[in-house]
Design a protein around this ligand. Sequence first.
Ligand code: ADP
Length: 480
Amino acid sequence: MSELARDAYIDGRWEPGSRRFVVRDPYDDALIAEVTDSDDAVVDAAIDAAARAFRTWRTRPGAERGKLLGQLATCMLADERRLGELCVRENGKALKEAIAEVRYAASFFTWFAGEAERAYGEVIPASNPGQRLVVTREPVGPCALITPWNFPYAMLTRKIGAALAAGCTVVAKPAELTPLGALAIAELAHAVGIPPGVINVVPSAHAKQVGARLLASPAIRKLSFTGSTAVGRQLLEAAAHDIKRVSLELGGNAPFVVLGDADVSAAVAGAVVAKFRNGGQSCVAANRFIVEASVQDAFIAGLLPAVARLVLGRGSDPGVDLGPLVDDASVAKVKRLVDDAIAKGARVLHGTSPTRASGPGARLVAPVVLADITPAMALWREEIFGPVIAIRTAADEADALAQANDTEYGLVAYVFTRDGARQTRFIEGLETGMVGVNDGLVSTAQAPFGGIKHSGLGREGSRHGLDDYTQLKYAAIRVS
Ligand code: ADP
């Protein structure tokens, strides 16, 4: 077998399967790995393993499950450099961000290691004196996890952490572009002694087929998906047949509002964090900058030098802030959106539309800052998923809030204002699951991450993260 070969992980064993697909470095297209392309037989074996393992995993005390999750976190952190470098190779992001992602990803194991011991039930006072009403939480069963390429570790660990803490087992299908991070986690899980079948990983270049197979199986009781709204909608429909539980973390289109009284330097710093993490390839990336007219010149004056300082290059090179976008389709999409905006009258304050290049570094896309944006421009409606700041003017607070909510998405919003009453009006008025107030980074394992409207169902992380993987059982006990 080639040393590039990476197999599916099923029932504690490495399964080569009958076909393979290749994984390439987005910087220079170098071949990194040839990975098992899981077919129906491989997926079925994974489902069977998860179903078998569930019978005993669910009975282990939460403290024992938590201990294993804690050990997995420790192992990830001890290996953060190697895991970070692997992430740079398959995803392209800057090494410092890749290592930050490994830490963020491990924090979900640490968090849910604790939550595993706190899956409390309740005793309800009965109105009938002869009854006792007891509520317990049970794991929903074997879960299918489908994850994207932009945060290959973190998007997976926040699902695996919650699932395993609750007593569920999993079959994970990582993104075709970045399956190696998921396989690295499987390797560590194996090393710390997570029992065979509790975690199974089925990489594939045939996502639709694998998704259909997982959802068609009555043994799979839940789907947790992170990805595009279009695919999430299809999966939700497919899950309807078996009435499976579904959690969806879908597209964003986050507004980033700067009000006239904002601390402009804080808003600039927040904008850089909220926009450029992972080159803008994030569902919580600020997509629409809505800036009150009175502060627009000052905001732009602070923003342009901060953007100009960002270093573009190969993710593994020292000092790099922005690596390549992940594939040609991503570059083409950014180009389409920037060209459309410029054709419709956007003013270019920094950068140019990406050029079509070839060879190493062809997917490097330099930051672009555009002003005079209107809602007729496609980038106002679509997730850009690239390093483009699009600024639209707001007349006043009410106009800014109306603009912010004028989207079918509802994941996160950012608002910068020093006024406490305005902060509260925005927190209450924004139609999103999360709000960053004077803060460009909301993601943390302790808080409930998730959206409303077309951005999804359910919450990941926090004490609520366990809810999606548990179901309540209530017993009425006759005592007299
Ligand atoms: P993104 O735009 O982030 O690539 P996708 O929704 O296309 O979002 O992909 C997210 C995940 O969903 C990936 O693991 C991908 O392979 C998988 N996927 C894509 N299409 C389907 C599908 N039809 N059924 C199941 N999984 C899918």
